[in-house]
Ligand binder design. Structure first.
Ligand code: SAM
Length: 293
């Protein structure tokens, strides 16, 4: 039963953060709001019941997940308009962050309903702050697309992005994704952050090749965030790049005294394209300034 309290207003939607592992990260206010609302809309009722039991909260729960989001949103909006207070929670962290919530929140705003955040942890920001990378400007890319054009475009965007990039990754695709990312971001720094706030919390720092060799044959389990240093070289002026072909671009750097290998790396970074593509174009160059090939 909802317990009326001063933390909850009628007809309000509370977007309520919950822990990303360690239940003790639940905020005092989140507990009070979950106790005081008329209804808790939860991504997975079984998971939320465990959380409620831990804090001895006894309240009404209904499921609200990505497969019934639109349909459920309508019913919840009706209840909100009737003056009911509703808390929206996801399985972990903040609702709407790679989790359901957006549709209900948007509808509520359109209907003039008060939407109130009850901030809690989110894996993205928690990983960012321990990454050691620039926290001044950052972007969140969510999960990498599984495959195809969407994935390629996302990787190209990450390669060119000057701000720190945060991505979520599944342990099953981790090694494959790191290897693929390496072709796009070369030796930019990353922080691989795993199982935050849990017993096996772990962080690996370095460029991708050193992180991959640190992982070695180990099977990496659990929940993972990868934080990637922004492209500090910056894609060079696009107009100039459009006019200059890749081969000329490599030759330009070799004329300035760089080895073929160094020139290829620099061109790949500036154009935000994989090194392998530049190698292919640069095959025609058989001199090497007397340095490494
Ligand atoms: N809403 C959540 C949030 O605010 O962070 C994200 C939910 S999303 C479905 C789940 C993904 O978040 C995981 O696959 C992982 O990438 C990341 N994640 C969640 N909890 C984590 C944790 N304790 N440590 C590291 N990453 C975590």
């Amino acid at each position: 039963m909802a317990a009326d309290n001063e933390y909850v207003q009628k007809g309000t939607l509370y977007v309520c953060g919950t822990p990303i592992g360690n239940l003790e990260d639940m905020t005092f206010r989140a507990i009070k709001v979950l106790e005081g609302v008329d209804l808790i809309a939860a991504e997975d009722t079984r998971r939320t019941i465990k959380l409620l039991n831990y804090f001895r909260i006894n309240n009404r729960i209904e499921s609200y997940h990505e497969h019934n989001e639109s349909k459920k949103a309508k019913g919840l909006i009706k209840l909100l308009k009737e003056g009911k207070a509703i808390a929206l929670v996801s399985d972990a962290g903040m609702p709407g962050i790679s989790d359901p919530g957006q549709i209900l929140i948007r509808h509520a705003i359109e209907e003039g309903i008060e939407v109130v955040p009850v901030p809690g942890p989110t894996a993205a920001v928690s990983a960012l702050v321990v990454s050691g990378l620039d926290t001044g400007k950052f972007v969140f890319e969510g999960f990498l697309a599984r495959k195809g054009r969407e994935r390629k475009e996302q990787l190209e965007r990450i390669a060119a992005e000057p701000r720190t990039i945060i991505i979520y990754e599944s342990p099953y695709r981790l090694k494959e994704s790191l290897k693929e990312l390496q072709a796009y971001i070369n030796n930019r720094k990353i922080a691989l952050v795993r199982e935050l706030t849990k017993i096996h919390e772990e962080k690996l720092y370095g460029d991708i090749s050193s992180v991959l060799s640190e992982i070695g044959d180990r099977e990496i389990r659990g929940e993972i965030v990868i934080v990637i240093e922004g492209n500090k070289t910056g894609p060079a002026d696009n107009n100039i790049l459009d006019e200059m072909d890749i081969l000329t671009h490599v030759k330009l750097y070799m004329d300035q005294g760089k080895s073929k290998k160094e020139a290829i790396k620099k061109v790949a970074e500036e154009r935000a394209i994989p090194k392998s593509r530049v190698y292919k174009e640069a095959i025609a160059i058989d001199v090497d300034n007397g340095k490494d090939i």
